[in-house]
Design a binder for this molecule. Structure first.
Ligand SMILES: [Zn+2]
Length: 384
């Protein structure tokens, strides 16, 4: 139902944010972008893109920005090693524990477990679990796990793309083990949520949907392509839907993909829990992405997902933080996403820098092609 001018604002504290400042201790170092390398001829070496500054701004904009009255804060916690085994294999967890004991290790390209990193990773995983539990226990409908290091590239057996533990995947297992029959995950980070997809690739209980730029495989730590034909296996066939969008896709293209592909799939799947995996690296200004979302696009996605949750999962929605590397704009886009989730009548915060033009015609063509492919190949979407 559309809100009218007389609709009172949602009650304060509607979004429950789970956070722990111990996650700031993960120090990814300096170098040429994310390589950790000093070529010897640059006077200024920048921070690794997955640095604590980006998250400090996300915390502060939610504490001091205009959305602050709508937010209730909760402390996160460390995950127990035993809790990690719902998603990860014991050999991989032992590798991480051993790497930490030995003072650190570069696990794969750009992914450095340094002193302090393992404790931060355990906090990220535990904080995501606490946020999910809060919703499962009926204390709130909407929780947001503001966590780093990120998780959606972490696979059951290996690290990838700045990620060690799959925070969202662990939360999904907690939901399944707590009586949820079906969970749906919508991942709008600019990169393919390959770790989450891999973890549930053979399951028909978890529908994983990822919208991402068409970056393909990026090496042995990320063998998945994120292409439309990676549909899942066995019982899970059809329950991993990839939506690789052309570079330059922006607000209109993402809105079209949500309307044409994501919403119909979630409605057919009928989950009893919805997880929104967010990365602000799909924004127009991110150094790690080539997509063009602005605050307005993020706000619309937030609205659509909130409306889906209201229709499908009794309003229950867990939001999990992933990437987003522009230190300022990521915070603004997070603010806009949560404004959308609150379904506010008017924006609370205007966009300080959006100016990128968008030509959505090619993206729309690609989305139509994906739609036809899914109708022909995905059993539960046939005839949609
Ligand atoms: Zn990303």
């Amino acid at each position: 139902m559309a809100a009218s001018a007389s609709t009172p604002p949602p009650p304060p504290g509607k979004i429950h944010v789970f956070w722990h400042e111990g996650m700031l201790a993960h120090d990814t170092g300096n170098g040429v972008f994310d390589t950790g390398e000093d070529p010897g001829f640059l006077d200024v070496l920048e921070k690794h893109p997955e640095n604590s500054d980006r998250v400090r701004n996300m915390v502060s904009i939610l504490k001091k920005g205009p959305i602050s009255p709508f937010i209730t804060w909760h402390s996160g916690r460390s995950a127990l090693l035993s809790e990690l085994l719902s998603f990860h294999c014991p050999e991989y967890i032992n590798e991480l524990v051993e790497a930490d004991r030995q003072g650190g290790k570069a696990l794969c390209s750009g992914t450095f477990l340094n002193p302090g990193s393992w404790d931060a990773a355990l906090l990220a995983a535990g904080t995501a679990l606490s946020a999910m539990k809060y919703v499962l226990d009926g204390h709130a409908e909407i929780a947001y796990a503001l966590v780093r290091p990120p998780g959606h590239h972490a696979q059951p057996t290996q690290a990838d793309g700045y990620c060690f533990l799959n925070n969202a995947g662990l939360a999904v297992h907690l939901a399944l083990n707590s009586g949820c029959a079906k969970v749906a995950v919508i991942d709008i980070d600019v990169h393919y949520g390959n770790g989450t997809a891999e973890g549930f690739y053979q399951s028909d209980k978890v529908l994983t949907i990822s919208l991402h730029m068409n970056h393909g495989s990026w090496g042995p730590s990320h063998p998945q392509n994120g292409s439309i034909d990676e549909l899942g296996e066995g019982e899970g066939f059809g329950y991993n839907l990839n939506i690789p969008l052309p570079n330059g896709s922006g607000d209109k293209a993402y809105g079209y993909a949500m309307t044409e592909l994501v919403v119909p799939a979630i409605e057919r799947f009928e989950p009893d829990m919805l997880v929104l995996v967010i990365g602000q690296d799909s924004s127009a200004f991110d150094p790690n992405g080539r997509q063009c979302l602005t605050m307005e696009g993020y706000r619309e996605i937030g609205k659509m997902v909130s409306s889906l949750a209201n229709r499908c999962s009794g309003g229950r929605l867990l939001i999990v933080q992933e990437g987003g590397y522009h230190v300022t704009y990521s915070a603004y886009c997070l603010h806009a996403t949560l404004e959308g989730v609150l379904d506010l009548l008017l924006p609370l915060l205007s966009d300080p820098i959006a100016c990128y033009p968008e030509d959505e015609s090619f993206s729309v063509e690609v989305i139509e092609t994906i739609k036809k492919y899914q109708k022909d190949n995905v059993p539960f979407m046939k005839g949609a």
